[in-house]
Ligand binder design. Structure first.
Ligand code: G3P
Ligand code: MG
Length: 263
């Protein structure tokens, strides 16, 4: 099956977490307000098998509570405030279910990179639940969600259960055997950390025909460098800043081109 993918230049990482609580409805609204066309977010399962949008295994950092997400029911998680700890202004932002996020993305016209982040041992169950929600509720006016994961088991299950959805191989850096691994999951994109990325790795990914996404880039200079190396998308905590930097870069290259043309 051929799966098409057109990535936007900037993707809001967990929304826009330098400006609003990560992985929250307010965060996705902020990302849209700052000009992002897509957001990236993390999905895991509640104790009773409902996909919820959260990054860490526990609630310590986001809500100041020590429980694990996987140990609480969806009903209990719906009461967890993930806004107040970020800033009192966001008090009342509740940890959202994937269903709520999908609905809001449809209203905001935001595409998404859905990162499946299962609790250890719950890879199959998490993947199947997330895909079922996406297959039945994803808004038809949005581009299909791009599924990524650090877990190759998740990507393999996705290829089997939802072959129609584009998949992205996610890693800190490109391993030696990356081509075999990326191909095994039928991925169309490769998502690499900017810290370990160099020009040769970026060029190898592009030369093999994959889309390249780089995370998590908050420095305009780094974003411009990654784009110059061929990155299709920059995943960032601050979409407005990175969009402005990339626009400036394309104006500069346009100006250079015009000048060269006149010579
Ligand atoms: O998908 C890119 C990035 O989100 C991967 O790392 O830990 O922020 O989910 P993490
Ligand atoms: Mg993530």
């Amino acid at each position: 099956m051929t799966v098409a993918l057109a990535l936007p230049p900037v993707i809001g990482h967990r929304g826009a977490p330098l400006h609003a609580p990560e992985n929250s409805l307010a965060g996705f609204e902020k990302a849209a307000e700052l000009g992002a066309q897509w957001v990236e977010f993390d999905v895991m399962l509640s104790a009773d098998g409902i996909p919820v949008v959260h990054h860490d295994l526990t609630l310590d950092r986001t809500a100041g509570r020590s429980e694990a997400v996987a140990d609480l029911s969806a009903e209990s998680l719906a009461e967890v405030d993930v806004g107040e700890r970020f800033n009192a202004h966001y008090r009342g932002q509740k940890l959202p279910t994937l269903a709520k996020v999908i609905e809001r993305l449809g209203e905001l016209n935001l595409g998404a990179n859905v990162e499946i982040k299962p609790a250890p041992g719950r890879e199959a169950e998490t993947t199947r639940a997330v895909l079922a929600a996406l297959q039945s509720h994803w808004p038809s006016h949005l581009p299909p969600p791009l599924i990524s994961s650090f877990s190759e088991a998740v990507l393999a299950i996705t290829a089997e259960v939802a072959p129609e959805l584009p998949r992205g191989w996610l890693g800190e850096k490109l391993p030696e055997d990356w081509q075999v691994r990326v191909k095994a999951c039928g991925c169309v994109s490769v998502h690499l950390g900017w810290v370990e990325l160099d020009e040769a790795a970026a060029a190898a990914v592009k030369a093999a025909g994959y889309a390249l996404a780089v995370w998590t880039v908050n420095d305009p200079e780094v974003a411009r460098r990654c784009r110059a190396w061929g990155a299709d998308a920059i995943i960032t905590d601050t979409p407005g800043v990175i969009l402005a930097a990339l626009n400036e870069q394309s104006e500069t290259s346009q100006a250079q081109f015009t000048e060269a043309d006149l010579r």
